[in-house]
Design a protein around this ligand. Structure first.
Ligand SMILES: [Zn+2]
Length: 102
C-alpha cells in the first residue's frame, strides 16, 4: 500500500487592518491581515496543522511583516470589524462604537 504524505500551506485573508505606505512598491493601501497555516497532508488532503503564523501584507505586491503576539488580538479584531463594515453588516454608528472599544 502506498501513502502519499506532504506539507501544504493554507492561507486565509482575515481582512484589512490599517492604511500604510508600502516600502517595497510605494503604494498607499489598506494592508491585509492573513493567517498562514502549515499542515501535514495525506493523499493531498490537509489534516494536521503544525504551525500557524499571522502577518500583514501589502495588497499590491504582497510585501509584509509577521504580526507580534502582543499585537495579534487587536489586529485580528480590527480586521474582522473592517470586514463586517465592508460587507455592509454594520451601520456607521455601530462601526464607530465597536472601533472605540478596541
Ligand atoms: Zn507593496
Amino acid at each position: 500500500m502506498i501513502f502519499i504524505f506532504g506539507i501544504d500551506s493554507i492561507k486565509k485573508e482575515i481582512g484589512p487592518v490599517e492604511e500604510k505606505l508600502c516600502p517595497h512598491c510605494s503604494n498607499k493601501k489598506h494592508w491585509l491581515l492573513q493567517k498562514s497555516s502549515r499542515m501535514f497532508s495525506l493523499f493531498f488532503i490537509p489534516l494536521i496543522p503544525f504551525s500557524t503564523k499571522y502577518y500583514i501584507h501589502c495588497p499590491i505586491c504582497n510585501y509584509g511583516f509577521d504580526v507580534k503576539d502582543d499585537e495579534l488580538q487587536k489586529k485580528r479584531s480590527l480586521a474582522q470589524l473592517n470586514m463586517e463594515a465592508l460587507n455592509n453588516d454594520l451601520s456607521e454608528k455601530d462601526y464607530e462604537e465597536k472601533l472605540n472599544k478596541l
